[in-house]
Design a protein around this ligand. Sequence first.
Ligand code: HEC
Ligand code: HEC
Length: 266
Amino acid sequence: MTLRIISLATLVCSLAAAEDPHPKKEAAITVTITPEAVEAGNKLFGTACAGCHGQHGEGGRGPKLNDGGSIREAPDERLLASITQGVKGTGMPPFSFPDAEVRNLIAFIRSLSAAAADSVVAGNPEAGRAIFYGKGQCGSCHNIRGNGGLLGPDLSDEGAARSVLQLRTAILSPAIRPGGDYRGARITLHSGQKLEGVLRGATNYSYELQTAAGDLHLLAAEDIREIHLRKNSVMPSYADRLAPPEIDDLVAFLAHQTVRPRGSSH
Ligand code: HEC
Ligand code: HEC
């Protein structure tokens, strides 16, 4: 098992305090994301928070905390205030945990939405690569830096774009992307020709269909006799196809895929 501990540990506020000649008056809080802090935060979250926010921060009575968006942007001070003071006028109650425990909670919440490339990941990326291009056949649909198929989204920057949880969910429960830009489709033309692939664009007058071979067909609506759209993703679920450690390896491999320079924080 390889563990990677990364740069979120150095917090924006502590950097700012070192450089800013006018230090802020509010007490700064320093959250260090270590496997131990995330683990301890996870335990406490399970007993005190999961009832409203879900075991993995997926939401419920309270909002989801794993979206990689607003929580990732929120400064530690705001998370601290929300937890210790509650959010007035909402169902979010105040908690009077010791500082150290609040820091663990914040480390855990950060770990839910941090980019996978910035997270502590179990699993072996080299083993993951072998599964990606071998047994898992991910590479028949997905391209990474020019290597692989074209039926699914390019994953070259996937480690920066997604959290660990999002990667795991994408592999275990594939879902049609919100824009439907890889929606599986079978099209029959008036000419009798049949085409199968994913839609890469559609207007009232035309459809762009990409086949597994990578050919892009621009089809006029008037030439189409029948179009059948898949209700679920063309990507199969791997929940029953791969063992949990193999899923970990794949997640570790994808977490390493970034186009940004190593060590930068966004
Ligand atoms: C009784 C339900 C409930 C429990 C228990 C609860 N929360 Fe919340 N939480 C909420 C609700 C509702 C909101 C949405 C508040 C709002 O509308 O801004 C929220 C919001 C939040 C936010 C986002 C605040 C922001 O600044 O955007 C964080 C972080 C949070 N909760 C953390 C926690 C943690 C950590 C715990 C456990 C120690 C916890 N919550 C327990 C209901 C709950
Ligand atoms: C038959 C083609 C196919 C195979 C095989 C496949 N995928 Fe996918 N994958 C897709 C498509 C298409 C999407 C986009 C989701 C959608 O809209 O259906 C996707 C989405 C994803 C995403 C989310 C990316 C995003 O930006 O939405 C990840 C991560 C991913 N796949 C990883 C994998 C891994 C890892 C494997 C192998 C274990 C795999 N895929 C196998 C077609 C495939």
